[in-house]
Design a protein around this ligand. Structure first.
Ligand code: FAD
Ligand code: UDP
Length: 367
């Protein structure tokens, strides 16, 4: 079989580009992935107890992009799901993100929206400029809430002080004056009804797509026989780390199954304190599965291992820009996705980026 395109990586980026090239342009695509499954980090499967788990940590879909919803809906039905998280501070579980329920639990105050705004106004630090993730929080709610809910979690998760991270990292988390304790504010919050993996399998089931699992890009013979490569792995690896390795944060996942129906009140409990893990996630909340037992996962941040998180800060971006310049000069190779673009993307942002990449590729062929 001959192919027009080689797509490296069967996650959201690779699967979206491959599906579009095959179904919209009739191109023949070979998708390779080093892992033994499709779906990238969003991969889910039944564990040995028959409970659906996410191998690479809890993945909750949310977006405000109608276009992304329309696109993915061709491959999955949805189960409405609004994600809620508690933070375990000083022996109590309080609502996260910060909202009036958090203030009620921490301070015993029952505040309406205007009183909440005044509460924050009194405490927030009036900064001329928000330069980093610490500023992003103290400028809105003050140091006490920052110290309780953000400082320890962030240091644990990234191995860095929040002052050393872009404002966008802690800025991802909403801060509300209302009682709304949902973790996300997006207009669309739902999970693929049959799981992520089933959705990826439908995306890749096109007759013009072949998938080779357990296959590394580096081991694909005759790479020049493809018109073009779409690469979704780490960009520094592609270029042989020629400017030095880009920093990534890794995680170790520890799964446990308990002979009880429910382990905790919400899908995720965050641990900003001295525990060696950042959060505990219980999958049945997220998937809606009914089962007499339940599986949880604890996440232990690590400096080395699989590259799960690009680390958003100026010096890393400067190093990435060097690789991006090489990528722009590379003939017939396109870089897309969280690792290839070195961006702290959510799943929907990867799909949006992949759809835009497909459009560029399609326009190129017409031109
Ligand atoms: P990936 O999913 O990383 O896929 C890249 C694929 O390329 C991998 O399968 C890899 O094996 C393969 N590959 C790499 N190099 C090579 C090579 N040389 N040869 C062959 N194959 C290669 N997003 C959300 O929207 N909501 C969430 O709740 C959420 N939770 C998350 C929790 C955790 C713990 C993590 C780590 C991420 C989370 N994300 C979440 C982000 C989400 O995982 C990513 O945005 C998305 O999966 C990235 O898709 P991708 O295709 O760019 O990359
Ligand atoms: N964060 C925090 N305390 C929390 C939740 C989040 O300090 O209880 C900070 C932390 O730096 C984290 C970032 O906000 O890495 C983004 O959190 P999110 O839950 O979006 O992380 P992800 O799901 O991507 O791991």
């Amino acid at each position: 079989m001959t192919y027009d395109y080689l797509v490296v990586g069967a996650g959201f980026a690779g699967s979206t580009v491959a599906e579009r090239l095959a179904s919209q342009c009739g191109r023949r695509v070979l998708v390779v992935d080093a892992r033994d499954h499709v779906g990238g980090n969003a991969y889910d499967h039944l564990d040995e107890h028959g409970i659906r788990v996410h191998r690479y940590g809890p993945h909750v879909f949310h977006t405000s992009s109608d276009r992304v919803v329309r696109y993915l809906s061709a491959f999955t039905a949805w189960r409405p799901y609004e994600h809620r998280v508690l933070s375990h501070v000083e022996g109590r579980d309080v609502a996260m993100p910060i909202c009036s329920r958090t203030i009620a639990a921490l301070y015993g105050l029952d505040l309406g929206p205007a009183e909440m705004a005044a509460f924050f106004e009194e405490r927030r630090e009036k900064l001329a400029r928000v330069r980093n993730s610490e500023d992003a929080i103290v400028a809105r709610v003050g140091r006490e809430l920052y110290d309780l809910l953000f400082a320890g979690y962030t240091r644990k998760q990234w191995g860095l002080d929040a002052r050393e991270l872009d404002a966008s990292v802690c800025g991802r988390i909403p801060i509300r004056t209302s009682r709304d304790d949902r973790y996300f504010s997006d207009s669309f919050q739902a999970m693929p009804r049959d799981g992520f993996t089933a959705m990826f399998e439908r995306m890749l089931a096109h007759p013009k797509i072949d998938v080779a699992l357990g296959t590394r890009f580096e081991d694909v013979a005759d790479r020049e026989r493809f018109d073009r490569v779409v690469y979704t792995g780490p960009i520094d690896a592609y270029f042989g780390y020629r400017f030095g390795a880009l920093p990534y944060r890794s995680l170790e996942f520890q799964f446990e199954t308990h002979p009880i129906e429910r382990y905790q009140r919400t899908a995720v409990v965050n641990y900003p304190g001295a525990e060696p893990y950042t959060r505990v996630s219980e999958f049945k909340h997220i998937t809606g599965q009914e089962h007499p037992h339940t599986t949880i996962v604890r996440e232990f941040p690590r400096a080395t291992g699989e590259p799960y998180y690009p680390i958003p800060r100026a010096e890393n971006r400067a190093l990435y820009e060097k690789y991006a310049a090489c990528a722009a000069a590379e003939n017939n190779v396109t870089f897309v996705g969280r690792l290839a673009e070195y961006r702290y993307y959510n799943m929907d942002q990867v799909v949006a980026s992949a759809l835009a990449t497909f459009e560029e590729l399609a326009a190129e062929r017409v031109a």
